[in-house]
Structure formats: structure tokens, C-alpha cells
Design a protein around this ligand. Structure first.
Ligand code: KIV
Ligand code: ZN
Length: 500
């Protein structure tokens, strides 16, 4: 069986999605989770594009030990130098160099002749190879390029030292049959193809990204570029969870496997959704809320008798927490630690104190604590510091005919602050009171609330997107009280704006 390398570009192509930008600490958290997930390569950013990107590529490169880290570069010396400087402390650095090869891009975007494009590829890769051994070359818009010209471009790339050639369907235009045929044609015609990885990078404009990547595997590709939850430019990229689970579920059909620890998929997906504030559609394959829900009586009956009747993927195989009651208010520290271990969390002493206190608080409010509650608790990992804000107390009154009134007390770096405000409903008045207490006019762009578990004492999760002074942040809060969840999310977003 052929091993397929998984190249994750959530932090680069994914971050290019509108509203998906991430802060430095968030990128580090994502990179560490991707390492745990078992990806082979993390594309950490586009180092030359901004000071922030340079810093985050460098930070990710320095913290990741078990997989390659790369940075994107155009065929420009300054880009290659910036990426190299950001990556030089990585255990396994890769430079990812791209140039467009389609007639449309060469003529209208690059304003370069095909010969000039070939020359630029040669000189860029030759230079990059003096810095780093592992070089990936991407022929942007390969899906719409002339295939004979593509062969020339990849021949030049390999001759000058490329170790991976990437074949992107940049605009999501191609069909699976075309991408498979193109991969086969390239493999049959490129010199030295056996020494390099052939990579698939498909966009989802026609909903074909995952199908195109799988077709390329059948055609001989050995690497797939993808993002968590399929985030990315326009309609997004191939989604990691879909392509990995398609390979795993139909292993004998594809005759291929990946090194992904699929039990970490759900947690990684939730992390990206929480950090970006972009909700996952309930019908999203593998990670959507309904992906394992059976509504019709006939289906429920059949699944109870044998899950295989309607479930081709086991929820536990992708780490979806079950709604099983596992702990209660009498459960002690030992039971808590043992449960956390069984679902993959190892805490140090200090973290254990914090999370055990949170667990006890939750168990006091909810008679029974389920797997889903624990997962929500563990992903609610805000750090409170001397310079951050935290919620001390609140009271809100609201009625049908009068404006709602909220009084909020917040711990601030300058001590306790209390403010009262009226507003259009309890959430509006409460958030306005926070603004008054902290003395900032933060703008709320987006607010959503959803229930994580079922029942009247269910945990509610609030997500916000905030803006202040040109900066944007997202925040998340979890509580059995939805108003408290909203306030916690708002204050979380506020703290991230402060960290900017
Ligand atoms: O879609 C694309 O062509 C890209 C390249 C830069 C690899 O993202
Ligand atoms: Zn792309």
C-alpha cells in the first residue's frame, strides 16, 4: 500500500479565507494540534507577506518537532530569504515556491512569456536549494495549464533541486477524471519523477476538491494538500477530515493510507472553528453536528440493531465525544484524571488544579457530566493574566415591554470596574455594560450561541467576532447559563484584542 503524505495548509491557504485570520498564539496552538493529529507537513504561512506572518512562521518552525514546517514564497529572492530566515531553526524546513503556468495567468497576471517563466523557476529553485534541501515547487493554475508546458516547468524544477512537485487546481475548475489523467500524464512524462513526491492541491469552487484529490491519488499522487474544515480561498480547499477518512474508509479501494491519528480529527476541527469563529455546517461530512445523527425512526432502529446499517465511519474513530454520562459531582480527582487520560489529555499539576476546579463547578450546576461536557471544558482554555479582563459578577433584568438593564462587574488590570447599561435585550445591555466598564467602544460583528449538550442543564457555547481600532478577534465562552457564556465569549475576544 502507498503512503500518502498529508500537507496541512490551514495556517496559510486556510487563513486566506475571509474572516479566518488568526493571532500568533492561536497559530501556535493550531500547529501543536496539527502535530498531534499526525500531519506530515505544516504550511505555517507566507513569511514575506507581513511582519505578523514572519513571526508566526518562525514561532511554529521553532516549536514543532515531529513534522516538516514550510513557508510559501513567490519566485522572488526576497520571498525565499524571508521564508528561509523564518524557517532556519525548524527540525525539517521546507521552502514552498510557486509560479503560475497557465496561459491566462502568465499573460494577464505575470505578464511573462513561457520562456521567462521557465527561467524564473530555474533560478529561484537553484537559489533556494543553496539554503534548504527540501523544496516544493507549485505550478499555480496547473489545472488550466497546457500539459506539455507543465512537463517543461516541472522538469526544470526537478533538475534544479525540487523534491516535491505540486499540481494545483487553483480555481477549482477541473473534474476528477481530468485531474487523474493529468497526474498520470505528468508521471509518465517528467524526468526523474520517481525521486520526488507528486502533490494534489485542489480548491472547492465546484464542490470537487476532495474528489479531485482522491482521483489524483489513483493517478499516482503521493501527497495531498488540505485544510481543517476545508477553509481556504473562496469556496475553500480539500478538507483534511474528508480526504483522510475517505482513504481510511475505502483503504482497499485506494490501496493507500495516511499517518493521521484520526481520533484527533474532531478536536482539531472544533479548535479551528472556535479560533476562527467560523461555524461548521451541521451536514459537513465527518465533523458536522448531524454527521452521526439518525433522525428517521427506520434508521434509528436499524442502527441500534447494527450501526453498520447506516454508519460507514464510527464516531469514536474520529474522536466525536459521546453523550454518555461519565462523571458526576461526587467524582474525585482520580476519576477525572483517568477519564481525561482515556480521551487523550495529559495535564500538568497546575493545569489539573484549574480544570478540576472548573469540573467541580460544572458538576455542581449539572447533575451529570458527559463526554461532550468534558470536551467543551477542556477546549475552553483561556489563560487569565494580570493584564487581562475577567468576569466577576453580573445581573440582568429583561422584560417584553421595557428595555433590558445589565449591571456587570469586571476584574481589570486597574482593579474592579462596575457599569450599568440598558439595551435591546439582555445580551445587548450586558455587552454594552462591558464596553462601559472597560472604557472601549468595541464593535460586535458577529454573535452566535449553540447548545453543546442536550437537556435543560445543557452547556451553551457562545462565539463572538469583535473589532477595535482596525483589529479583529474572536472569542468563545461556555456555561450552563447562556448569558454568562455570551459575557465570557465577549471578554475572551476583548483579551485577544488587548494581546494584539
Ligand atoms: O491554489 C494555489 O494554487 C495555491 C498555490 C500557492 C499552491 O495555493
Ligand atoms: Zn491554494
Amino acid at each position: 500500500m502507498k503512503r500518502i503524505k498529508i500537507f496541512d495548509t490551514t495556517l496559510r491557504d486556510g487563513e486566506q479565507s475571509p474572516g479566518c485570520s488568526m493571532h500568533l498564539n492561536e497559530k501556535i496552538e493550531v500547529a501543536l494540534q496539527l502535530e498531534k493529529l499526525g500531519v506530515d507537513i505544516i504550511e505555517a504561512g507566507f513569511a514575506v507577506s507581513s511582519e505578523g506572518d514572519f513571526k508566526s512562521v518562525k514561532a511554529v518552525a521553532e516549536i514543532i518537532k515531529n513534522c516538516s514546517v514550510d513557508s510559501l514564497c513567490r519566485c522572488v529572492k526576497g520571498d525565499i530569504d524571508a521564508s528561509y530566515n523564518a524557517l532556519k531553526n525548524a527540525v525539517a524546513p521546507r521552502l514552498h515556491i510557486f509560479l503560475a503556468t497557465s496561459p491566462l495567468h502568465m499573460q494577464y497576471k505575470l505578464k511573462m512569456s513561457p520562456e521567462q517563466v521557465l527561467e524564473r523557476i530555474a533560478e529561484s529553485i537553484k537559489y533556494a536549494k543553496t539554503l534548504v534541501n527540501d523544496i516544493e515547487f507549485s505550478a499555480e493554475d496547473a489545472g488550466r495549464s497546457d500539459k506539455e508546458f507543465l512537463v517543461k516547468a516541472f522538469n526544470v524544477a526537478i533538475k534544479n533541486g525540487a523534491t516535491v512537485i505540486n499540481v494545483p487546481d487553483t480555481v477549482g475548475y477541473s473534474t476528477p477524471q481530468e485531474m487523474r489523467a493529468l497526474t498520470e500524464y505528468l508521471i509518465n512524462n517528467i524526468d526523474g519523477i520517481e525521486k520526488v513526491d507528486v502533490s494534489a492541491h485542489n480548491h472547492n469552487d465546484l464542490g470537487l476538491a476532495c474528489a479531485n484529490s482522491l482521483a489524483m491519488v489513483l493517478g499516482g499522487a503521493t501527497q495531498i494538500e488540505c485544510t481543517i474544515n476545508g477553509i481556504g480561498e473562496r469556496a475553500g480547499n480539500t478538507s483534511l477530515e474528508e480526504v483522510v477518512m475517505a482513504l481510511k474508509t475505502r483503504e482497499s479501494f485506494y490501496n493507500a493510507y495516511t499517518n493521521i491519528n484520526t481520533k484527533e480529527i474532531y478536536r482539531t476541527s472544533r479548535l479551528i472553528s472556535t479560533i476562527t469563529g467560523v461555524a461548521i455546517s451541521p451536514t459537513k461530512p465527518i465533523v458536522g453536528a448531524n454527521a452521526f445523527a439518525h433522525e428517521s425512526g427506520i434508521h434509528q432502529h436499524a442502527v441500534l440493531s447494527n450501526p453498520l446499517t447506516y454508519e460507514i465511519v464510527k464516531p469514536e474513530d474520529v474522536g466525536v465525544p459521546q453523550n454518555k454520562i461519565i462523571l458526576g459531582k461526587h467524582s474525585g480527582r482520580h476519576a477525572f484524571v483517568e477519564h481525561l487520560k482515556s480521551v487523550g489529555y495529559e495535564l500538568d499539576k497546575e493545569q489539573l488544579e484549574i480544570y478540576f476546579a472548573k469540573f467541580k463547578d460544572l458538576a455542581d450546576k449539572k447533575k451529570y457530566v458527559s463526554d461532550k461536557d468534558i470536551e467543551a471544558l477542556m477546549t475552553d482554555n483561556k489563560k487569565v493574566t494580570m493584564t487581562s479582563y475577567s468576569l466577576k459578577d453580573f445581573s440582568v433584568t429583561s422584560s417584553k415591554n421595557d428595555a433590558a438593564t445589565a449591571s456587570i462587574t469586571i476584574n481589570t488590570p486597574k482593579g474592579l470596574k462596575t457599569a450599568t447599561e440598558t439595551g435591546n435585550g439582555p445580551v445587548d445591555s450586558a455587552l454594552k455594560a462591558v464596553n462601559k466598564a472597560v472604557g472601549n467602544d468595541i464593535v460586535l460583528f458577529d454573535f452566535s450561541i449553540r447548545s453543546i449538550t442536550e437537556g435543560e442543564d445543557a452547556l451553551g457555547e457562545a462565539s463572538v467576532k469583535l473589532g477595535f481600532d482596525g483589529n479583529i478577534s474572536t472569542g468563545r465562552g461556555v456555561s450552563t447559563d447562556v448569558l454568562e457564556a455570551a459575557l465570557l465569549a465577549y471578554i475572551d475576544g476583548l483579551n485577544k484584542l488587548q494581546d494584539n
